[in-house]
Design a protein around this ligand. Structure first.
Ligand code: MRU
Length: 340
């Protein structure tokens, strides 16, 4: 499916080129970075965002930065760069998942006696592989999830789990794109997603460009829209899924899942294998990013608390759509069988 924009690419000057998502939808600006500090800033400021995309960006950023100073690339340089990138944001496990792979490739390459240029070449090939795999996982999520979409469906989503959040066609939105490709009529209700408005700014932009009818609503309208009987199912992405199926995603997702349960509307989560963290037994172990209170826009003098993610307990999740198929309860069993 052609979406008419390029979320990420290798830049013409040897850096990583990406669409600066903080400027959407008003301005479509591509920037190129080639240092660890710039990539860390881009991830923290959400210029690149979405769990799979930050893993891909960090891997590519490591390659670009190493290429700028090949003679200084030692095992110690790699360790420090991986640590700086890996701590840029704490919740999405895809970030450390991708960087662990990069670190292993570098170590293996150094161990075999490779010089800096060969190490960098092997890192570039691994970063490309991480990206290519994500493209395939998005396609597979779309193919698996499309079977859940009735013709004429209205689907609610929260935040942005589309092409802007991945290296491919997205996770939750891959299901929508695949349904459209299969000839189904589908329309989307996009929750605004306060405070950074990924739903209103990004999901609506992406879907409108793909020619998919999208209705933007404020977060507070989700219950009312469900109560009108206008939502067939809800589907969101995830940033980290524990072994029992508890899923962290953008703040507000948990509330939407509870509302869906109250209205007897299925709530689905879509995520690639790289988003599962089987080292965590349950969602309360997932680290939750707390961002600057200024993002809320409260009156000066008020205290703020601005968690960027919440955890939806598995009991509210009707199915998890993955690149390995659609998983059902009990999740501890279905996740283990699908992923190990
Ligand atoms: O803070 P963000 O914009 O990076 O949060 C993104 C989300 O919560 C997405 O839903 C999630 O990463 C899944 S992306 C396929």
């Amino acid at each position: 499916m052609k979406l008419g924009f390029e979320t990420i690419a290798w830049g013409p000057s040897g850096g990583v080129r990406f669409l600066d998502q903080t400027l959407l939808p008003e301005r479509e600006v591509y920037v190129e970075v080639d240092s660890i500090a710039e990539m860390v800033e881009a991830i923290q400021a959400l210029r690149v965002r979405g769990a799979p995309l930050i893993g891909i960006s960090a891997a590519m950023g490591l390659v670009a930065a190493a290429g700028q100073q090949a003679s200084r690339v030692t095992p110690e340089w790699i360790r420090r760069a991986v640590s700086d990138l890996g701590t840029a944001r704490p919740t999405a496990v895809n970030l450390v998942w991708a960087l662990d792979r990069m670190q292993s490739v570098a170590e293996e390459s150094f161990r075999s006696g490779a010089g800096p240029d060969e190490v960098i070449a092997s890192l570039r090939s691994e970063a490309q592989q991480i990206w290519d795999e994500d493209v395939r996982m998005c396609e597979a999520i779309g193919a698996a999830g499309e079977t859940l979409v009735p013709d004429g469906a209205t689907v609610m989503t929260h935040c942005n789990a589309g092409a802007l959040a991945t290296g491919g066609i997205g996770t939750a939105l891959a299901v929508i794109y695949a349904a459209k490709m299969a000839g189904k009529n589908v329309r989307v209700v996009s929750n605004e997603t306060r405070p950074l408005r990924q739903g209103a700014r990004l999901t609506s932009w992406e879907l409108a460009r793909a020619g998919i009818p999208v209705t933007s609503i404020v977060d507070g309208a989700s219950a009312a829209v469900m109560a009108r009987g206008e939502v067939d199912f809800v589907i969101t992405g995830a940033d980290r899924i524990a072994a029992n199926g508890d899923a962290a995603n953008k703040i507000g997702t948990y509330g939407v899942a509870v509302l869906a349960e109250a209205h007897r509307i299925p709530f689905y989560v879509a995520a690639p294998s790289s988003t599962f963290d089987l080292s965590l037994t349950a969602g309360d172990e997932i680290p939750i990013e707390v961002r600057a209170g200024e993002e809320i826009g409260a009156a000066p003098g008020a205290d703020t608390f601005n968690p960027a993610f919440d955890v939806t307990p598995a009991r509210y999740i009707a199915a998890i759509v993955t690149d390995r198929g659609v998983l059902h309860r009990p999740y501890r069993k279905s996740i283990t069988e699908a992923l190990t």
